[in-house]
Structure formats: C-alpha cells, structure tokens
Write a protein that binds this ligand. Structure first.
Ligand SMILES: Cc1cc2nc3c(=O)[nH]c(=O)nc-3n(C[C@H](O)[C@H](O)[C@H](O)COP(=O)(O)O)c2cc1C
Length: 131
C-alpha cells in the first residue's frame, strides 16, 4: 500500500491541497480544491484555471503536494503526473467539477501518481521517508 487509509481519508476530506511544481528555476505553489484519491497510489486533480502549474507540468511532470490541514495528515507526497485532456479520467474530472460548480469547464484531469511519501511531523521524524 502506498497511501494508507488515513492519508486517503484526509485528502478526500480536506478541501484544499497545495500543489508545488517547477520547470525552470522558480518553484510554483497553488491551492487546489479538486483533489481526491482514486486509489492508494493515485490522486486526481482537476485543471480548471492552471497556468504556470500546467506549463510547469508539461515541461516537468514531477510535482509535490501537502494537504492544507497538514496537522491532520503530516505528509509530503511526491510523484509524477499524467495530463489527460480526453478519455475516462478526463470525463470523470469534468463530471466531478461541474457537479460541484456548473459553470466550470475543466481543461484537464491531472493524475498524480504518488511515488514517495515523507513525514512533515514536527520532531525527529520530520523529513524522513515513510514510503
Ligand atoms: C481555495 C482555492 C481552490 C482552488 N482550486 C483549484 C482547482 O481545483 N483547480 C484549478 O485549476 N485551480 C484551482 N484554484 C486556482 C489555483 O490555485 C491557481 O490560481 C491557478 O492554478 C493559477 O495559478 P498558476 O498560474 O500558478 O497555475 C484554486 C484556488 C483557490 C484559492
């Protein structure tokens, strides 16, 4: 198992994650509301308004995220994204986003495959890899 039940539950319930990307010298971070686990190693993010984020991901698909209330889920997730602009996952992203806000017109499903997980819990384990 990559993400455990508590991690998946926290991502599902907290309504914002912070997504960090980088393609050149300058890191970028944005709050993302449409983020939910698809399974224990995959998080679906919806691109509604991404600009620098999308540009970065097209050049460098590696990204990192933490959830807004990191005290409830003190982990840093690192992985690689695939950008879907059609197909089943894109349709799922569109259905989800438009069911919450009918005016949205999502541009892509950003499918984040979790490859590494680190603790950010203050204390001696901070920064240690847990997966
Ligand atoms: C609370 C909150 C939730 C947001 N959720 C999303 C989202 O789910 N998808 C999205 O594409 N942008 C979302 N945004 C907008 C992005 O944070 C950001 O403005 C957008 O990606 C443009 O920034 P960028 O040029 O750095 O990518 C959200 C913003 C806020 C404040």
């Amino acid at each position: 198992m990559t993400m455990n039940e508590d991690m998946m539950d926290a991502i599902e319930k907290d309504n914002v994650v912070f997504l960090s990307t980088c393609s050149d010298d300058i890191p970028n971070v944005v709050p993302i509301g449409f983020a939910r686990p698809l399974d224990d190693e995959t998080i679906l993010l919806v691109d509604n308004f991404m600009k620098k984020t999308r540009n970065n991901l097209e050049k460098n698909p590696r990204a990192a995220l933490v959830i807004r209330d990191a005290s409830k889920c003190p982990y840093q997730f690192k992985g690689t994204v695939k950008i879907h602009t059609s197909g089943e996952l894109f349709d799922e992203a569109v259905d989800w986003a438009t069911s919450v806000m009918s005016k949205l017109s999502p541009k892509a499903a950003i499918v984040f495959k979790v490859e590494e997980i680190y603790s950010v819990q203050p204390g001696p384990d901070a920064g240690n890899r847990v997966f």
